[in-house]
Design a protein around this ligand. Structure first.
Ligand SMILES: [Zn+2]
Length: 179
């Protein structure tokens, strides 16, 4: 079992990013850490919160694969969102906020995955943006979900929370969230 990240369903299968469950967690952890450190605009925070909610500790192992086209892109903000995601990937390679991790990522596995993820973000285009993905995500949110409530961060980790809580508290805090 594992998870697959791909650009969309038209991408040839041999180009998909196929990862173990553990590898998926590491990739998403370092992206959420860098994204939480760098996000300023709401459209940037939405991307980070959306990634953060792919939390296998909450929703189940092997269930968090996704298409890049499913992320909450908007046509108006697409260019800046794409630049933001590329900054997050670069910062993840530079280990931004890795001191918050209570484990050592396997860089030999992670760095090529970041390269592939970057290639997907670069392949994303404004034409591929389906704003309904974002609208449905917001419509499905509960009233107290972070994306509808000013993007609160975890008091302990300063990381953007998703409806799953803080990614790092759900692992290390055994369900305790430091809101
Ligand atoms: Zn936390």
């Amino acid at each position: 079992m594992g998870n697959i990240i791909r650009l969309n369903d038209k991408q040839p299968a041999e180009e998909w990013l196929s990862m173990s469950n553990g590898g998926t967690d590491v990739l998403l952890d370092v992206l959420v850490l860098a994204g939480s450190a760098l996000a300023e605009k709401d459209s940037e925070k939405e991307q980070v919160v959306w990634l953060a909610q792919h939390d296998q500790n909450v929703v189940g192992l092997g269930t968090v694969g996704f298409d890049i086209t499913e992320m909450p892109w908007t046509k108006a903000d697409f260019a800046s969102q794409q630049v933001f995601m590329l900054r997050c990937i670069a910062a993840a390679r530079e280990k931004l906020w890795w001191e918050k991790l209570e484990y050592e990522p396997n860089e030999e596995l992670l760095m090529p995955q970041l390269d592939t993820f970057e290639s997907f973000i670069r392949a994303m285009t404004e034409e591929l943006v389906d704003e309904n993905e974002r609208l449905e995500w917001l419509a499905e949110a509960d009233d107290d979900d972070p994306q509808l409530n000013g993007f609160p961060v975890c008091r302990k980790h300063q990381v953007l929370r998703s409806w799953c809580g803080c990614r790092f508290c759900t692992v290390y805090g055994h369900g305790v969230s430091y809101f």
